[in-house]
Design a protein around this ligand. Structure first.
Ligand code: K7E
Ligand code: CUA
Length: 663
């Protein structure tokens, strides 16, 4: 959510309540005297937690250390990245392929760490793409995006990628309902009610390799699925989705989708869906979607277009979906560590409803419905409700849990985070955020076992908090100590892109498995050179393959002649180093591309088409040794008809060896 929406919400509710503003009322707790000590991580010391933060419209994920707020890495996922060459190298370009072609950008909102028995296991982190619907899996041994799966029948993959407690499934609910892919979608927009549907994908995750596949999709009424969370413990087997625009408006949603007093939380019995699937009730439907996979042995991605998906129709197949009324355009949908309490956060509401899993089950057993919505039963609000948190603040968005029986909810409009007790629904504490907080994160805060030392708030607006940087100011995170009864602000730190959801976990869960380098002997890239003796240049018609090696501090070969205008040159560079933290970079003058950043033991390829004859320097971009600046060479490009022979060499004593293959 952005500022504009906030002002709108403020307008809508402000009129009735007239007592809140975007600026927190109480700024006295901005920072306390001992804050510096609490966030100080001495030089050379590690942080206690990893914090994985979504990058919003940057399409990337950033990784911070907590409590210091130090930025450790930006991991490219859906956007190409000139720093690492991701999306620019030939090996990684297929990662960004979709059924619409190459799409090197997306809007990344939510992250979810893989879990085993409801606890973070540190293997993978999943990310959603909100614009061109996709889900990605980043391997936390390498911090590399290893898989991206496109989602058919979807548009705006917002309610994603939330996972079940043994990572059985990653879900993806569509934010925009649209006509299904295999239907005629060339229809008037005002036929929304007849033609538009909302799909939810259940993506299975390979137990060992993490490989994703769409197990099934649920065809649901045409509403907007906003957020979701899986059941836990007692509610394992269920999933909960917040839904807005149950008015099914297709224009001026800020007014037209805010008509009803209540929208819905949709409860999904996915174990039941599995039964139907096993019983053969799924329909195989034509669909076109890309599945991209990065192989760590070949250091290359492949993209495959899938052509079919299995759909379960929730109108026909009873007992999968149930609607629960939820006040005022619910956004966050969060489940407490016991799995009993489901918190819905209505963006326009001035209270927080807490639903009870047991009561939902009882209501379903008694068919305690007030009717149906497009064939899906609607449970009576009071029958599903555990209770309401009264006057918690304005514009509740998201809730995390501390594992000690408390919840902390973010309030966009009133710019604060509020701690309340789940059992008695009493507000315990509130702390101002600066300003307009969206998501918040407690390490493990959406799992069975939160680690409640800190909560981090992710703010949309920072106004006066940092030095100005022109029209756009930094977005920001704020760290609060929640180890005591009162929440205490201890640090501000700017973020890259716009942060939405984030995850955090104790550093040991990740760091002990971190890979130091790729084994050269395992490198199965078809263009690998396992030693300098393998380096060569091969012409095949107009295609020239340069098999090059990099090691401190030279390339082999570093002199190449006989490239001609019209050639397509592929530099396949293998980093021969077998040591931690020694990447080499590669760039050549005029390449219409980014650099390559090649990890030890890895092979990456840069494509280059020279635009005019001349002398082209190439060099290593990563300061790798005292003689890094010497790590350079030349490529001579001659006119198309020239008879300069193809030669390559390194070091003046080496005789050039020429190998020309006839096309
Ligand atoms: Cu609240 Cu896209 Cu999760 Cu942002 S969403 S804040
Ligand atoms: Cu290799 Cu600098």
């Amino acid at each position: 959510m952005k500022n504009k929406n906030g002002l709108l919400i403020l307008g809508v509710i402000g009129i009735t309540l007239g007592m809140y503003s975007c600026k927190p009322k109480n700024e006295s707790n901005a920072v306390s005297a001992d804050a510096a000590q609490k966030v100080y991580v001495a030089p050379g010391k590690y942080d206690e937690f990893y914090n994985f933060v979504s990058g919003g419209f940057s399409g990337q994920m950033s990784v911070y250390g907590i409590p210091s707020g130090r930025l450790l890495r930006v991991v490219p996922i859906f956007s190409n990245d000139p720093e690492s060459g991701y999306g620019y190298s030939e090996e990684t370009k297929p990662m960004l392929n979709t059924s619409h072609g190459f799409i090197p950008w997306d809007d990344q909102h939510h992250l979810d760490l893989s879990q085993t028995n409801g606890e973070i296991d540190g293997r993978w982190i999943f990310a959603n793409a909100n614009n061109t619907p996709r889900v990605a899996r980043v391997d936390l041994k390498t911090f590399h995006t290893n898989e991206i799966l496109e989602l058919p029948n979807s548009a705006g993959n917002h309610s994603s990628p939330f996972i079940t407690e043994n990572t059985e499934y990653v879900v993806a609910g569509t934010r925009f309902s649209v006509p299904p892919d295999n239907a005629n979608s060339d229809v008037p927009i005002n036929t929304f009610k007849q033609n538009f549907k909302g799909y939810i994908s259940f993506i299975s995750v390979g137990k060992e390799d993490g490989k994703m596949d769409i197990a099934f999709q649920l065809a649901c009424p045409g509403v907007s699925f906003d957020l979701s969370h899986a059941g836990k413990e007692k509610s394992h087997g269920w999933f909960f989705f917040s839904c807005y625009n149950t008015e099914q408006a297709h224009t001026l949603l800020e007014v037209n989708a805010s008509q009803k007093d209540k929208d819905f939380i949709m409860a999904v019995n996915w174990k039941k869906a599995e039964e139907y699937l096993k019983a053969g009730k799924g329909k195989k439907v034509p669909a076109k979607y890309a599945h991209n996979f990065y192989n760590e042995k070949t250091h290359s991605a492949t993209s495959e277009i899938r052509t079919e998906v299995t759909v379960l129709d929730t109108k026909e197949l009873k007992d999968i979906c149930y609607f629960i009324p939820c006040p005022k355009s619910p956004h966050g949908c969060d489940v407490d560590p016991t799995g009993e309490y489901i918190v819905g956060s209505g963006k326009l509401a001035a209270l927080i409803p807490v639903f009870s899993f047991d009561k939902i089950q009882a209501a379903i057993a008694k068919k305690d419905y007030i009717g149906d919505y497009e064939g899906i039963p609607v449970i009576k609000y009071e029958s599903a409700l555990y209770g309401e948190v009264k006057k918690p603040g304005l514009g509740p968005l998201h809730t995390e849990f501390d594992g000690k029986g408390n919840a902390i909810t973010s309030f966009f409009v009133s710019s604060e985070i509020v701690k309340w007790n789940i059992k008695d629904l009493k507000v315990l504490d509130r702390a101002s955020t600066f300003y307009s907080v969206g998501h918040l994160c407690i390490p493990g805060g959406d799992t069975r076992k939160p680690n409640a030392k800190y909560v981090i708030a992710y703010n949309k607006i920072t106004k006066d908090r940092y030095l100005p940087t022109g029209p756009e100011l930094a977005q920001s995170a704020q760290l609060f100590d929640i180890s005591g009864d009162k929440m205490q602000l201890i640090l501000d730190f700017p973020t890259t892109g716009e942060p939405h959801y984030a995850q955090a976990v104790a550093a040991d869960v990740i760091r002990n498995n971190s890979l130091k380098f790729y084994k050269l002997e395992d490198n199965a890239n078809p263009f690998v050179s396992k030693g300098e003796g393998d380096a060569k240049v091969i012409r095949t018609g107009k295609k020239v393959d340069v098999y090059m090696t990099a090691i401190r501090s030279h390339f082999t070969p570093d002199n190449i002649e006989g490239i001609k205008m019209g050639d397509e040159v592929y530099f396949h560079i293998t980093n021969l180093e077998q040591d931690w933290d020694v990447p080499h970079g590669f760039a050549i003058k005029s390449a219409a591309n980014a650099e390559l950043l090649i990890m030890p033991g890895e092979t990456q390829t840069l494509k280059w088409i020279p635009e005019k004859p001349g002398m082209y320097p190439m060099y290593c971009t990563d300061f790798c040794s005292a003689l890094h600046q010497e790590m350079q060479g030349y490529v001579r490009v001659s006119p198309a008809g020239s008879n300069v022979p193809l030669t390559f060499s390194t070091g003046k004593t080496l005789a050039a060896e020429v190998k020309v293959e006839k096309k």
